[in-house]
Design a binder for this molecule. Sequence first.
Ligand code: ADP
Length: 528
Amino acid sequence: MKPNEIDLHKELKKYFGFSQFKGLQEQVVNSIISGNNTFVIMPTGGGKSLCYQLPALVLNGTAIVVSPLIALMKNQVDAIRSISSENGIAHVLNSSLTKTEVNQVKSDIKAGITKLLYVAPESLTKEEYIQFLQEVELSFVAIDEAHCISEWGHDFRPEYRNLKNIIKQLGDIPIIGLTATATPKVQEDILKNLDMPDANTFKASFNRPNLFYEVRPKTKNIEGDIIRFIKQNKGKSGVIYCLSRKKVEEIAQLLQVNGISAVPYHAGLDAKTRAKHQDMFLMEDVEVVVATIAFGMGIDKPDVRFVIHHDIPKSLESYYQETGRAGRDGGEGHCLAYYSYKDIEKLEKFMTGKPVAEQEIGYALLQEVVAYAETSMSRRKYLLHYFGESFDEINGEGADMDDNMRNPKNKVEAQDEVKLLLEVIRDTKEQFKAKEIVFALMGKINAVIKAHKIDAQPLFGKGATQDERFWMALIRQVLVAGLIRKDIETYGVIKLRSRGLAFIQSPDSFMMTEDHEYSEAEDDNIVA
Ligand code: ADP
């Protein structure tokens, strides 16, 4: 069919049974069938698959879908096959296929039957496949989980880096990148790496107004606290994420002996047990799954009512992704994270021995997690700001849905301090990260301060009346307010934005909230 002859709503109904497009789907589909490079950023559950599946089904030729996970590809292929009488409409091409199977795939593609061909990035490097694909009609290449291209994404895969070169060999065909990771840096990397600066970009909001965000201090009584939380939410489905398999087993057992129906899930269990536990959760034979991050990929249980993080994750992308499994039906979803700085130190330790750039990235991502956990401002605003989205914390959708907004801390006027902070950033030539700026404000010396003779500057030590926590909190709030920015290329050097410069010229009121203090709670045996 020619693009202008297609009745999209009819095709949507015919293939998927839906009478309406969701969010930006229609615009995306139009962009793809008109042959444009297209970039789609939508949160999990936003309906990304349909964005390329529908165009693939209606366009001439075969669409190649690059996806990192074989299990997910199989699910997708099964789903597509179920809506067609033609089994060959979708295929997976990978190294596990027999010669006969590969021949079947090839003949279906040649015959024009196959509309969607799923491949793992490493399979696409095979010379035999490339040669074959050069000879057949292709509609476009969709790259799912496109953030795997970026080292700043939460799942960097080097083989994704080579995709553009391979696609070039296949001819001049449009590329569609799709991801649920929205940080501006990752987006920039994707567009650059796929060499498609002209791509039509569609970004859906990442706000999940029905999710309630809460952070609690991780005390010695965390286990009792979790049990109490689950008992208060009796009958509801939930996931508890832990960092280690050992912790998963421990917590699952603990819940069981406390009369809560729970099963463990981690990559150390055999495939049969994992599948069984996953099914038990989906079928509501158990209320709670205690899991490592191995759990969740492709899980589409709509009524998960809570996601608890026993251990804080290594990035806000992971946190958003994991909490995103709650409340997919639009109903309540309580996202509770336990936080202790000791856990951050543990995560930092895991990074030692890795290449320096990787460590720097890991460290910068962790600092964002710390900032999120310790902040007293709207958590939703903080998260969305991280994803490059602005949010009105008073009137925005879901504005009161977090612990900080429900129980706000006192705000204090910090106009003078903001001015001082911005002046210090300016006078030290915008070349330092938050830590050095705080040192300069407080008059503290370290090697960097000495080497750059910051201690000889007039403003050195002018902020010593406040403590380190105050300044760190202020930096975070000034960042979210858009007066300064963190430079990503240098892993977090603070730069002034034009609004920051304007503030120095004519200072305005700036109401700040103090951050939470969690470090004391860690050592106390608080009965919560
Ligand atoms: P993503 O890949 O973005 O996480 P999916 O493609 O898995 O999202 O879609 C999430 C859910 O939304 C699926 O259950 C899918 O069937 C449903 N969905 C997608 N498009 C529509 C639509 N137009 N109308 C109703 N439901 C839709």
